[in-house]
Design a protein around this ligand. Sequence first.
Ligand code: PEP
Ligand code: MG
Length: 574
Amino acid sequence: MPRHVLSGNAAARGSALGRARVRLPHVLNVEEARIAPEDVETELQRIHDAVDTVRAEMHILRERLHGALAHEVGEFLDLHALLLDDPELLQGIDALIRTGRYSADYALRLQRDRIAAVFDGIDDAYLRSRIDDIDQVIGRLHAALHRREADLQGVAGEILVTDNISPAELAQLQVQGVMGVVTANGSALSHSAILARSLHLPLVVGAAAALQKVNDGDVLVIDGSSGLVVLEPNAADLREHHARTSNARREQRQLNRLRREPSRTLDGVDIKLWANAESREDVAEAHALGSAGVGLYRTEYLFINNNEIPDEDTQFRAYRDVVLGMTGRTVTIRTLDVGADKADNTGLALRNEPNPALGLRGVRLSLSRPGLMHTQLRAIVRASGYGPVRILVPMISGAEEMFAVRDMLRAAMHEVARDGSEMAEKIPLGAMIEVPSAALSLPMFIGACDFLSIGTNDLVQYLLAADRNNDALGDLYTPLHPALLRLLRDVVRIANRRGRPVAVCGEIAGDAMFTPMLLALGLSELSLHPATLLEVRRAIRGCDLASLRAHAPALLRARDRAGIERWLAAHTPA
Ligand code: PEP
Ligand code: MG
């Protein structure tokens, strides 16, 4: 095979060299096969054993997950476990074996095709794309039927070439030592892409010709920064790959030198870097990297990961542990934000909401369940006896909600004080600014806020009417939009005028590419996952704040994404 270059989209940077492992789409190529009546029970037993095997496999995988992204990946595994237990799936297969006298393999395929036909008819692109999850579960079942390992085993040192990849698979692949992944479909904004970046696993997506061109065992070099995939690389390609990897190692060494350095601009202004942290590992890393504290602790994962509503003591212990882990640095605990894409199995979020992103999520859900909110606030107030705590409220859309939460906090503090528990005298209460109406009506309720945190992940989604989880929208979901920049500037202005600290805690805070833009817009606090804290610190250290702010008007005059990108290119430190 001669050298050949395929191009895809850069999704997670890093250069990888390895043998290709091609995984064809999970469509089962199974011939129709009928069985004799006396074999029905054997085939039923085979499929039931396969289900048990897959369930056990997923349980082991779930147990092995740890670290920063365990909860996100865990959610996907939970979804797959739910699909596996879905009576529709299994009863359908059983019926096909029993009455249709099909082999277990063929019944599996028929049932898959039936479900796929239903998905095909859905006119919501995101929901339609969930057929991938069904296919992944079916693929695992098929492998188990033949007592094969699920088809991603033994990929150490290889580069996986596939149609698509789920976050759960990605995490599994990384544990197994895969070098990189190329997908024919998918977008750089997907959860898998976000996860690959956090895992530092090179990923190229949308390399449409990959499955036709690449064969098992071909040698590949992939570059997750340019999106290029080189098949059977020549000497120059190999040299470039080696140069890229040694640059990356040098860069990591340089970054590590910043572990104890301040996040200070060239003109001597300290930028406060908080951490988005939930797990023990995140908290320890946030502490070691010298973050100002925890700027976002998403409590919903305590609920989602355990599939039940934790009682006050369970919550108290979890919050207290984070507070203790930060040894006197402030911990910002966000009240429950289940609902929409953070669906749970606790029964809290409504099922089948017609438009869950606009439904009963975040503070709306909490206020509709005052007992739940009260318990959570009591647990946080009790944790404040162990170190400084702030409370952050998600999905605030206007003044009433903020005033209502303030009243509830007052009541909870009163009660905990009456119980005689140790607690802070004052607990700052802040609003997430992630709904456009909150940003626009901020002057009406900023008096009730001690601080603000801008959730750009949702703010972009609601401002641009672009679903944050819908890969089909491509570039439509972007923080590089003049409307977002103007809103950010206004929120920061109002907060500064009223002397309220304001941070950005969405994904863009953790991407060094956006740092000059955020600083220019007046931000001086960012909250981000510890995985990228050093990169953002380095970016800050390369910025001249006064000069960036002097150039903010030009940024705000940019008409479109291209204009903003040009501004960024001109103001990104070398
Ligand atoms: C956000 O919306 O930017 C945010 C930080 O909250 P989450 O991602 O948890 O919705
Ligand atoms: Mg949000």
